[in-house]
Structures are given as structure tokens and as C-alpha cells.
Write a protein that binds this ligand. Structure first.
Ligand SMILES: Nc1ncnc2c1ncn2[C@@H]1O[C@H](COP(=O)(O)OP(=O)(O)O)[C@@H](O)[C@H]1O
Ligand SMILES: N[C@@H](CC(=O)OP(=O)(O)O)C(=O)O
Length: 446
């Protein structure tokens, strides 16, 4: 049996966390492939190393001194080196980084240094091999992961008889230039390594005991979810449950490898299992009707009004062509008889918003067009919801009882999630209301 163990930033935030990581790894000889993020926050006042590195890059762009920020990164690693008695030449490593910063700044190179340094320290501390992700994780030039090539490189460069540490979050393009994934991408690295070595389980260690029904920053002491399907996980993490990157599912799903989300601070907790099919276990222990309640703020809704629009063939194609021209992906398209709305993430559209509105008005001869920002999307996810007639009605009336105004409603035919648009400020009260109605009360009844 073999396992990939990925430790998130919170698990390697300081030397005390490194000690917990070592104990977890040594407790199980199957934990052979170790993937690490960059040091995360040690406390409320602290900062993630990756955030600090992005901040350094911004200072360089605006020609402002980054010295104090860079020094706080140096201090963090020096504390780890000192407390754990490591020999790593950190002064030399930081000198190299500074030299590269002074020459020609490759942003991806700079922000990947957190994972690189954490990986070096952890490998020495565990007496394990170190494999630089730039040598074993390969991207295509379009920015997507080259899974086949990464598999080939990993197999060729990792000694199967030894434990290995691989930094997460980055890899390289075919020409060797370093490239990073999107934020939280170390989860994807873990999944690529799990795929390459066909492991039995991919353990993802973080600071919560798996997935909870709702974000613990919103609901105090929420119910822990024992298992979710890959597809529920995708929907929950895409819609804000950022425990795991939503793209981490693909490499493991290909080989049906389960992901086990675990808590570095409570290793005795079994955490959440994420797998392709939960039906066998569900038959033994029925799950809650709702698996998860998540949400994201800051969407923009563009509503086009035109009489008989739903009967006009080709209208949607023309609308989508305008968004495609500006390379903007769309979240959802609620339609009524005379209106068409397009929901997009505000950060993706804000730069071109007025150009897009002008073009839509000009090309589509609209009666009216309205733009609303500060919109949120709330997702209620559950694999057993499809067997429950009236679920959407109950959810909507729960929100109605709390005087929460519903802006849009979306449900795909798989009936696995209902996505509801509300105003930004209503998102947290909406999550609380649904949790209270469907989880707290169900908990009392059980
Ligand atoms: N539904 C949820 N269940 C558990 N945690 C959640 C959920 N939604 C959001 N979170 C947040 O995700 C955090 C873990 O993700 P992250 O900060 O990326 O961890 P790491 O640094 O270990 O990668 C938790 O601390 C928690 O605040
Ligand atoms: N350090 C990177 C990659 C990552 O996955 O981090 P974490 O596991 O702490 O979310 C980031 O902050 O985005």
C-alpha cells in the first residue's frame, strides 16, 4: 500500500507544525510521497509566505522597497531552521532569490519559492529525498497540466525505495520556465503525484477535520461530512469551500483514488473521504439530505430585456459571442420570457464591463440592459436531494421566512445542487438560515 500526503500551508506554518507533520508521516510507512505547500499563517496577525511573495512582486513593479516584507519571509524560515536544527544553507538560497529578483523578475518563479524552500526544509527534517517540482511537474504552453509527461518525469526521477518530498503549486513549461498553478494549487500537485504512482489513497492534511457542511468561519462547530462524491466536492469547492482546490479531483478521478481530508492538529479524526461512489456506505449510514452549503460573493449580473427574446433563435449565441470575444467565462444564464441574464465573476469582467455593455446594446437591439454588481451565489449541494421532491421549495421558503430576496435560481437536471443568487450582504444570513433549517433541526430529530 502507498499514500500521497499533502500538507497545506497551515500544516507547515512554523517549526511546531513541522513536528506534527513528522509524527504523522512516521506513524505510517505507507506515507511515502509528501507534497508540501508554502508556510501558511501561524496566527491571525501572520501572513502566508505566498501572499508575502506576491506582495514583494507588486513592490518591485511599482519600484517600492520590498525589504521589510522579504525580511519577514527570511525570519520565518530561519525560525524553522533554528528550531529544528537543520543544516540547509538558507542564506545561500535567499541570496539566489534576491539575485533573480534584481535581474529579470519572473513572477511565477518568485511566488513559487515558498513551496521550494518549505520542501527543502521538510525533506531534510524527514531525511527524505527532495525533487524540485520544476523537474517533475510539466505544463503545456497553454497553462494546462501535461499529466502524461508529469507521470513520466515523476516515475523516472523518484526512487521508489525512498520517501520523497515534492513542493506543490508549481512546475515548468516545456522550455523549463517555472509556472505556478492557480491559488491553492498544491492540492492539484498532490493529485498528480497520486495519479503517477497509482497510490491507494491521497491524504490531504489541513487545519480542519475534513469538509464541514458549512464554512466553520460562518457556522460555529458545523457538522463534519464523513464522505462526499468527487462531483459534490467539485461543486462545493468551486462555490467557496476552499479546503480543496476544485481541479484536484481530475487526476485522482481518472484512477479512482479516494481523497481523505485530514486535520494535522487532530490526526486521530478520520476526516472526510472523497470518492467516486458513496452508495454502498450510504446504504449502511444514510447521509444528511444536504451535503454542503457554500457560497461566493462578488458576481455581476447583466440583464438584457427584449420582448419575445426567448423565442428568438440565435439570440443566446450572439450574447455569448460578445463574452467570448473578451475571453470571459460565464457562471450561469437565467432566462425568462423577455429577459436574459448573464452571471459572471466581477473580477473577471470589471476591466471590460462598459465595452461589453455597449457592444451588447449595439449588436442586439435591446429594449433595456441592467448591470448589478455585489451579487452572491449560494450553492446547496447534496447527492440525495434528487430523491426528495419539494427540496427547492423548502430552501426557497426558508430564505423567504428570513426576508432574504432571491435574485436568480439555477438547478441542473442532475438535481445535485441548487444555486441561488442573493445580494452580497444576504449570503451569510442565507447560509445560516439553511443550516439551521436543514442541519441543526435534522440533527435534533436524529
Ligand atoms: N465547508 C468547509 N469545510 C471545512 N473548511 C472550510 C469549508 N469552507 C471553507 N473552509 C475553510 O478552508 C480552510 C482550509 O483550507 P486552506 O486554508 O486552503 O488550508 P491549507 O492551508 O491547509 O491548504 C479551513 O480553515 C476553513 O476555514
Ligand atoms: N501556497 C499556495 C499554494 C497552496 O496550495 O497553498 P495552501 O495549501 O496553503 O492553500 C497558495 O497560497 O495559493
Amino acid at each position: 500500500m502507498s499514500k500521497v500526503v499533502k500538507f497545506g500551508g497551515s500544516s507547515v506554518a512554523n517549526s511546531e507544525q513541522f513536528k506534527k507533520v513528522k509524527q504523522i508521516i512516521l506513524a505510517d510507512p505507507d506515507r511515502k510521497y509528501v507534497v508540501t505547500s508554502a508556510c501558511g499563517k501561524s496566527g491571525q496577525e501572520d501572513h502566508k509566505v505566498t501572499d508575502l511573495l506576491y506582495l514583494c512582486a507588486a513592490h518591485i513593479t511599482y519600484d517600492v522597497s520590498y525589504e521589510s516584507i522579504f525580511q519577514s519571509i527570511v525570519d520565518k524560515y530561519m525560525e524553522i531552521k533554528r528550531s529544528l536544527g537543520l543544516k540547509i544553507d538558507l542564506a545561500g538560497e535567499f541570496a539566489k532569490i534576491r539575485q533573480n529578483m534584481a535581474q529579470n523578475l519572473n513572477l511565477d518563479y518568485l511566488v513559487s519559492r515558498g513551496e521550494y524552500l518549505t520542501g527543502l526544509c521538510l525533506a531534510e527534517y524527514l531525511d527524505a529525498d527532495f525533487r524540485d517540482a520544476s523537474q517533475v511537474i510539466r505544463f503545456h504552453y497553454d497553462g494546462s497540466i501535461d499529466l502524461d509527461k508529469s507521470q513520466e518525469l515523476l516515475k523516472a526521477q523518484v526512487d521508489p525505495g525512498r520517501r520523497v518530498v515534492i513542493p506543490g503549486f508549481y512546475g515548468s513549461l516545456p522550455n523549463g520556465v517555472i509556472k505556478v498553478m492557480s491559488r491553492g494549487g498544491s492540492d492539484i500537485t498532490g493529485s498528480i503525484v497520486a495519479n503517477a504512482f497509482d497510490v491507494d489513497v491521497y491524504e490531504n492534511w489541513t487545519d480542519v477535520s475534513g469538509f464541514y457542511v458549512a464554512d466553520p468561519r460562518i457556522i460555529k462547530d458545523p457538522v463534519q461530512i464523513p464522505r462526499v462524491t468527487y462531483s459534490e466536492l467539485r461543486q462545493m469547492s468551486y462555490m467557496g469551500a476552499n479546503v480543496l482546490h476544485d481541479d484536484a479531483v481530475f487526476p485522482v478521478r481518472q484512477k479512482n483514488i479516494p481523497i481523505n481530508v485530514r486535520n494535522t492538529n487532530h490526526p486521530e479524526n478520520p476526516g472526510t473521504m472523497i470518492m467516486n461512489d458513496c452508495s454502498e456506505l450510504d446504504a449502511q449510514e444514510p447521509p444528511h439530505v444536504i451535503t454542503g452549503i457554500t457560497g461566493k460573493q462578488d458576481f455581476t449580473v447583466i440583464t438584457m430585456v427584449k420582448s419575445h427574446v426567448s423565442a428568438e433563435a440565435g439570440f443566446l449565441r450572439k450574447v455569448l459571442a460578445v463574452f467570448e470575444k473578451f475571453q470571459i467565462s460565464i457562471e450561469s444564464v437565467p432566462v425568462t420570457v423577455d429577459t436574459f441574464s448573464i452571471v459572471v465573476q466581477t473580477k473577471k469582467i470589471e476591466r471590460y464591463l462598459y465595452e461589453i455593455v455597449a457592444e451588447l446594446q449595439q449588436d442586439l437591439h435591446l429594449d433595456d440592459i441592467q448591470v448589478e454588481s455585489q451579487q452572491a451565489m449560494l450553492a446547496v449541494v447534496g447527492r440525495v436531494m434528487r430523491q426528495m421532491p419539494g427540496m427547492s421549495g423548502k430552501i426557497l421558503s426558508t430564505l423567504g421566512d428570513q426576508q432574504i430576496n432571491i435574485r436568480t435560481i439555477n438547478q441542473a437536471c442532475d438535481e445535485q445542487s441548487i444555486v441561488i443568487g442573493v445580494n452580497n450582504q444576504d449570503l451569510v444570513p442565507a447560509i445560516k438560515a439553511i443550516y439551521q433549517q436543514f442541519i441543526s433541526e435534522e440533527r435534533v430529530e436524529r
